[in-house]
Ligand binder design. Structure first.
Ligand SMILES: [Zn+2]
Length: 264
């Protein structure tokens, strides 16, 4: 079986074991079904997710000019505290920004290797947690727009990490913590204007990834540099494919690459 298409973040479905999918244009694959199979991956060319031209990918699946131009890559995406749609102020495209920013957002704690704080649109729960490879997570506040979520994250970052260690996450070098306790401990540091949105009596969500074998020393695959790679898929966690020889491939970080995948 052979497939060719432009890589995009894997859509997921939370069930007993998380289900992962891969949109390969005319084919939609359930990646879980590829576990224990040998995959041949090869880099074909670049294809920007915005202009669809064959241009080197700069960041987030976009070529350089699209990255600095498309409303889908505004600074407020990575830094929610820079959101201005609630003030009616445009960054790149006010209509798009209103649609994305003026909707319920969640500030959460997720534990993938360590506890970290993050922001997501409410409709992206638990997708966002799955993408980060978190085995447990909890919502702290639910606010009506992205700006309020952003300033909460900035305030909490003083007291809890905001990054994950991807190597530890992939090695499953994890520690179970009491996130309900963390949520209570962080409560006093939530900005005053957000205090009314604190979620009381919350419980942890646990997530279960389809991994048969964790790598002890994950090695990251650079498909563009290497051209091609062959390996047996033994797990999927976060947005990573984990292979038997400890090679790992971050699908999300390779958005915009046209690849050929053949399954032996
Ligand atoms: Zn482009």
């Amino acid at each position: 079986m052979q497939y060719q298409g432009v890589l995009k973040k894997m859509p997921t479905e939370n069930s007993e074991k998380i289900q992962y999918y891969l949109d390969m244009g005319s084919d939609f694959l359930n990646v879980n079904q590829l576990l224990n199979k040998t995959l041949d991956l090869s880099f074909v060319k670049y294809e920007c997710l915005n202009c669809h031209l064959e241009r080197p990918i700069y960041r987030q699946g976009f070529c350089k000019s699209c990255f600095f131009d498309t409303p889908r890559a505004g600074d407020w995406i990575m830094r929610p505290e820079l959101s201005t749609a609630h003030l009616g102020k445009e960054d790149r495209d006010l209509e798009y920004e209103k649609e994305m920013q003026l909707q319920p957002h969640i500030v959460y704690l997720a534990n993938s290797s360590n506890v970290k704080v993050g922001v997501t649109r409410k409709q992206q729960v638990p997708t966002r947690w799955i993408d980060q490879g978190a085995h447990e997570a909890i919502e702290i506040v639910e606010v009506p727009n992205r700006y309020l979520a952003g300033i909460t994250e900035v305030a909490l970052k003083e007291h809890v990490a905001d990054k994950t260690n991807w190597r530890k996450m992939l090695k499953n070098d994890i520690e179970d913590v009491d996130l309900v306790d963390w949520q209570k401990k962080l409560r006093p540091y939530i900005p005053e204007e957000v205090q009314e949105y604190f979620i009381e009596n919350n419980t942890e969500t646990e997530l279960h990834f389809p991994v048969h074998q964790y790598p002890e020393k994950p090695k990251s695959l650079n498909l563009v540099k290497q051209g091609s790679y062959t390996g047996k898929l033994v797990g999927i966690k976060g947005q990573y494919w984990i292979f038997e020889d400890q090679t790992v491939f971050n699908v999300r970080a390779n958005e915009g690459l046209v690849v050929n995948i053949s399954i032996q």
